[in-house]
Design a protein. Sequence first.
Length: 56
Amino acid sequence: MNNDIKWGLIWLIGGGMITLYTYESAANGGSYFIMWGAMIYGGYRLLIGVFSPDSK
């Protein structure tokens, strides 16, 4: 597995999990975090890994 794909998935899934955890914790009217930066960066790294010429 390409290193960019691995780290892209880690950032994307990690950001999503933190977002879901804080959203569920704030169910009673609190505030929560949306980890846009981590998820966008993870998606970017994932796409770079998938479409890079050395990944094939």
